[in-house]
Write a new protein. Sequence first.
Length: 188
Amino acid sequence: MKNFLFPRGFQCAGWLLFIPAVIMGVLCYFSLCSVSGIVETILNDAIIIGIASGAIFIVCSKEPCEDEMTHSIRLSSLLNALYAYIALLIVSTLVINGVDFFSFMIVNLVLFPIIYVVIFRLEMRSYNKMSGEKGVTQQQLAEAVGVSRQTIVAIEKNRFLPSTPLALKIARFFSKPVEEIFILDDDD
């Protein structure tokens, strides 16, 4: 199934929607900006729509190097954001009571997209830092370590565990310890 991604320029538009909406949301939530009547309704709607649409444009716009790893990071970030959101929702349901709970639920309306944007950007920064230090594509890495690009893709998607010599070659290529590139899960 092909995923639809917005053109790269939508990411800038996303930030232009997201950041002012978050700032206005914080100002309104803490009553630092008070309006009433129809203006309040319009402002609240604009804040929610700005955060939600901005988050979608930020996360679902093509990256400069859109590859299988970017897709994997996007999916992983979505899953991690969902876990964090649900955990926070459960904890808040158990700990917060009364009017404070309803105040938190207002924030909760826009919490998931905010968590998703933060996790995705942090993961992409980490990935870009590692690959960007060398400015390397999957094909270049594959050629440097003597495997096919498909092998690199399979390793990135956790569909293939590299042999020890291959893992060491990849680590040497990036001038990093193996543990910094490959993480051993408890079930491995």
